[in-house]
Design a protein around this ligand. Structure first.
Ligand code: NAD
Length: 249
């Protein structure tokens, strides 16, 4: 199985912590040149960039809001200007703004839809032409088990993550003829800052429903991303790969 990414160039949104950071590390370990974006964690971004560079990994960092069209275009331009091609795009940046719908304000709805879904549109659009011209590329978008099953208090988040699935299948059909794959990874419960704020009761309830009996680590999710971005998965497109310990069966 060919999981080697030597010589490939990759771009990851929201790469400074959690799942995004694990994806950046895994791409680098597989041999790829890695660019990552971040919104506000300048210190973490600088440390990560320095760590990667020290290890001999060719790496780039770009500061910007993934929901912003210009920022997405600039990040892809940085990769193209530096490395001349973009082989792998991982849309990872995401937020939650939970609350029952009755109390959910427009700002909570817009923030989640723009950060989680509009960002995917922005970055996919920015790599569309380069990948088409290259006649190859792999796009992996991070959805969630919640986008498949729904979850009370997460109408905005579920809509954004379900939207990513429909979006990715449509784009997979558009770009298939050019040798570009578009796939989705749908994690279940992953131990990161995003889930750390959940109450202990909510964390235990979720864990109780996971057949494998433990939360995912960010590295568990990164492994699935590497597979879908690699030469081992060139005949897989429009797929939703659940990395949830069996939660959504
Ligand atoms: P996290 O909160 O630890 O990290 C999210 C990252 O996205 C951070 O680096 C953050 O700075 C970045 N980000 C947020 N908004 C941004 C913006 N507007 N522009 C640029 N970067 C931005 O979360 P995580 O758990 O690592 O989640 C990563 C992805 O996985 C998200 O899309 C999330 O929805 C998805 N996911 C997480 C879980 C989980 O249980 N943690 C489950 C399913 C799906």
């Amino acid at each position: 199985m060919n999981l080697d990414l030597t010589g490939k160039t990759a771009l990851v949104t929201g790469g400074t912590r959690g799942i995004g950071r694990a994806i950046v590390e895994a791409l680098a370990n597989a041999g790829a040149k890695v660019a990552f974006t971040y919104r506000s964690s300048t210190e973490e971004a600088e440390t990560l960039l320095a760590d990667l560079t020290k290890r001999g990994v060719e790496a780039l960092a770009h500061q910007g809001d993934a929901a912003d069209t210009d920022a997405a275009n600039e990040a892809v331009k940085l990769v193209m200007d530096t490395w001349g091609r973009v082989d792998i795009l991982v849309n990872n940046a995401g937020i939650t703004r939970d609350g029952l719908m009755l109390r959910m304000g427009d700002d909570d709805w817009n923030a989640v839809i723009n950060t989680n879904l509009k960002s995917v549109f922005n970055f996919c659009k920015a790599v569309y032409r380069p990948m088409m011209k290259q006649r190859g590329g792999a796009i992996v978008n991070l959805s969630s088990v919640v986008g498949v099953t729904g979850n009370p208090g997460q109408t905005n988040y579920a809509a954004s993550k379900a939207g990513i699935i429909g979006f990715s299948k449509s784009l997979a059909k558009e770009l298939g003829g050019r040798g570009v794959t578009v796939n989705v990874v749908a994690p279940g419960y992953v131990a990161t800052d995003m889930t750390a704020s959940l109450s202990e009761a909510a964390q235990n309830a979720m864990l109780g429903a996971v057949p494998l009996g433990r939360p995912a680590t960010p590295a568990d999710v990164a492994g699935a991303v590497i597979f879908l971005a690699s030469g081992a998965a060139t005949y897989i497109t429009g797929h939703v790969l659940h990395v949830d310990g069996g939660l959504a069966m």
